[in-house]
Design a protein around this ligand. Structure first.
Ligand code: GLA
Length: 704
């Protein structure tokens, strides 16, 4: 619902519990006037006045809560737009022009006071998720080019309070999405990627809570996420007047965009929300947004299949015979999708050669992939395949033929990482090449799943044959290239489920999730480390997209040994996959795996489509607990993990969440029925002992 007060020139965007309001100031700026819990009347909202000047050094306009600040005049905080016109004027002065409301979308149009530059700010209310989606379009309405040097998606402000705590996600390869929390100092904090992709190192999500008061269930939390899979930045600024501004968008580092006459630049979406029920509700709002509005529509409502992937079992050492053996065991355990990873193409016997040569390796698969796929299908499973389309090994036929197809600077060495270089997706011919080989593979073979990998970040981002003004556009064009290719492939092959992988979770964001159905969370498959990675992941992303494999008992990364049950429990909290070396499993282990896979299939609608609750964090408690509750609260699954007990300590009772207070529930392990209220107030005792113990407990409503 969007309301407009014509006299006071303010708009109020209302979702179920929150509102976001903006208006036109006395000097024609678009200023934010409110963001928080929904207020009853439009007259409750203030007018959009500018702030006061502070001597001659800080202008009132510069201190105002501008929704889309242009770099001009006496304004020094993070601008949303900075541009140079054909006459070298490097100053944009935007003033309100008009607006338009269509359904749940408000568009506010701003124009430069002199040059033919128009900015359209779009706000869409995602009513049932209590979120606002915003983005901007920058349009050149003139006859001369305009050079954009910074174009963000927008800025938001939180109410002025004594202090705020910032929560954000950082990490590294094999250690993604770790939650960090810090009080916001009087300065600027930049969360960003300059690596060409979203990156393992920081994820485009943030949350701010007043005076560090919010908990999982209580308190005011402002949060947001950026839908972009390339260089991005989120700037959190606390000015000298204690105002916090958060600006997000494409990173302006090494960026420039030549906006030709008649063209427009469309920014990525910046999704913002407010919850007065703590971090848990903030996360669940983002989860339902992904499940209802973001994930590609054709597979949005279907449950993800249990997959097997042989990467950790075989590495590059694959063959038709070996894969068939694994497929037979996988099928007998109840696996539904068999995925062949790296090593099936070109001269790919290790990571030194073959990337770019997307034809089947004849030594490993003398009759192509058909015999293997037919066998997998006959076993009742779908077949999936690994590809890394944006990359090339210098030792490949593709590179020998097209050395100019990679990003490079002519006078510089082409720096390799994992022996590979990055194909220049700003080039039309490269995009066509990728689309063609992918289309050929998907047309020739019965492939139902693609794991699309990206195993390095950018270096020497040059495009020597492009015109001078286009050189710094590659950062954006590359991402647009990935989106465009996958979009075309999805249209032609709607049955195929796409997974985004970048050496694990290096490309997880709300942008990629519009084109990919799920993500590979991390190359770290240590089930204990995964509790922390998955917990961090859950702040921003839902469980359905989070693929989690059960791998070997002795983990290759940490050398930690964990029971099969613990490994399953950790992986069952997301989209379950199996990556264990099946040839090494004993008959007993196979039986246990079979039972757990079958249990997962029973509970997966609750895990993948239910509401997720974080009960006890593996970051600060020796007992970690997570819960998933069906939409109608009739069923719930509790996962508990004991890290390590000492001194014979009694473990804490685990207080459940998200249940129907007045209903009665049957809890596995209890011989009496207990009300939701009691389960949430007293909790339940879970008997776990020793090191790395775990339990999965089913809870079912029996009556009211
Ligand atoms: C990346 C992926 C792994 C695997 C390898 C194959 O590291 O994250 O899962 O596919 O590439 O080379």
């Amino acid at each position: 619902m969007i309301k407009y007060d014509e006299n006071r020139k303010i708009w109020v965007l209302e979702a179920r519990n929150i509102s976001y309001a903006l208006g036109v100031s006395e000097t024609g700026l678009i200023n934010n006037i409110y963001f928080g819990e929904k207020l009853p009347y439009i007259s409750d909202y203030p007018e959009a006045r500018n702030s006061r000047d502070w001597a001659s050094f800080t202008s009132g306009e510069g201190r105002s809560k501008e929704e889309y600040m242009a770099w001009s005049k006496i304004k020094y905080t993070e601008p949303c737009i900075k541009a140079t016109f054909h006459d070298n004027v490097r100053d944009v002065v935007l003033k309100y022009d008009s607006f338009d409301i269509k359904d749940n979308t408000l568009t506010v149009i701003l124009k430069d006071v002199y040059y033919p530059l128009e900015v359209r700010l779009h706000y869409t209310v995602i009513e049932d998720c209590d979120l606002i989606e915003r983005y901007a379009e920058i349009i050149n309405k003139g006859t001369q080019g305009i050079r954009l040097e910074n174009v963000l998606s927008g800025s938001i402000y939180v109410p002025r309070e004594t202090s705020y705590r910032l929560s954000y996600l950082t990490g590294k390869w094999a250690g993604e999405t770790q939650l960090n929390q810090v009080m916001v100092p009087e300065t600027k904090i930049v969360l960003e990627s300059r690596r060409g992709t979203t990156s393992h190192h920081a994820n485009p999500w943030f949350a701010l809570d007043k005076n560090a008061e919010a908990t999982e269930d209580n308190g005011d939390v402002y949060f947001g996420a950026l839908a972009w899979s390339g260089n991005w930045k989120i700037v959190i600024e606390r000015d000298n007047f204690n105002l916090i501004k958060v600006s997000a968008g494409v990173n302006d580092f090494d960026f420039a965009w030549h906006l030709k006459p008649g063209e427009k630049f469309v920014t990525p979406k910046f999704i913002v929300g407010f919850s007065n029920k703590g971090f848990g509700q903030a996360s669940r709002n983002l989860h339902s947004y992904q499940l209802k509005y973001v994930l590609p529509e054709n597979h949005r409502n279907s449950l993800r299949k249990v997959l097997y992937n042989s990467w950790e079992a075989t590495g590059f050492d694959i063959s038709e015979e070996g894969q068939i053996k694994l497929a037979e065991i996988a099928a007998s355990l109840g696996v539904e999708l068999f995925v062949m990873d790296d090593g099936w193409f070109g001269a790919r016997n290790n990571d030194k050669a073959g990337l770019g040569d997307w034809y089947v390796n004849k030594e490993k698969f003398p009759n192509g992939l058909k015999p293997l796929i037919d066998k997998v299908n006959a076993l009742g499973m779908d077949f999936g395949l690994w590809v890394e389309p944006e990359m090339v090994n210098p030792d490949s036929d593709l590179y020998r033929k097209h050395p100019d197809w990679v990003y490079h600077f002519p006078t510089r060495e082409r720096t390799e990482a994992r022996n590979q270089l990055i194909l220049n997706l700003a080039r039309e011919d490269v995009r066509e090449y990728i689309y063609d080989f992918m289309d050929r593979l998907l047309s020739e073979y019965n492939i139902k799943f693609i794991k699309w990998d990206m195993n390095r970040n950018f270096s020497e981002p040059g495009y020597p044959s492009a015109p001078e003004e286009g050189q710094r556009e590659i950062w954006v064009r590359h991402v647009q290239g990935v989106y465009e290719i996958v979009d075309r492939l999805r249209k032609k092959h709607p049955d195929v489920v796409f997974q985004s992988c970048s050496g694990g979770g290096g490309r997880v964001d709300l942008g990629i999730l519009r084109y990919f159905d799920q993500v590979w969370t991390s190359d770290n498959t240590d089930a204990f480390d995964r509790l922390k990675i998955q917990e961090g992941f859950s702040y921003a992303y839902c469980a359905k997209i989070m693929e989690a494999w059960v791998t070997d008992g002795l983990n290759w990364l940490n050398g930690r040994k964990l029971s099969l049950r613990y490994r399953f429990h950790s992986s069952m909290m997301g989209n379950l996959g199996i990556g264990v070396d099946l040839m090494k499993l004993s008959e007993e282990e196979k039986q246990e795996a079979k039972e757990l896979i079958s249990l997962y299939k029973e509970i997966r609608p609750i895990i993948q489509h239910g509401q997720q609750y974080r009960l006890l964090s593996p970051r600060n408690s020796k007992v970690a607990a997570f819960m998933y509750v069906s939409e109608d609260k009739a069923e719930a699954i509790l996962f508990t993990f004991l890290h390590s007990n000492s001194f014979g300590d009694e473990l804490p009772a685990i207080r459940l969440k998200g249940l129907d207070e007045n209903a009665l529930y049957a809890v596995e392990g209890y011989d009496r029925e207990i009300s939701g209220k009691a389960l949430m107030n007293i909790g339940i005792n879970v008997d776990m002992r020793g090191d790395f113990d775990s339990r999965l407990i089913r809870i079912k409503k029996t009556g009211n």
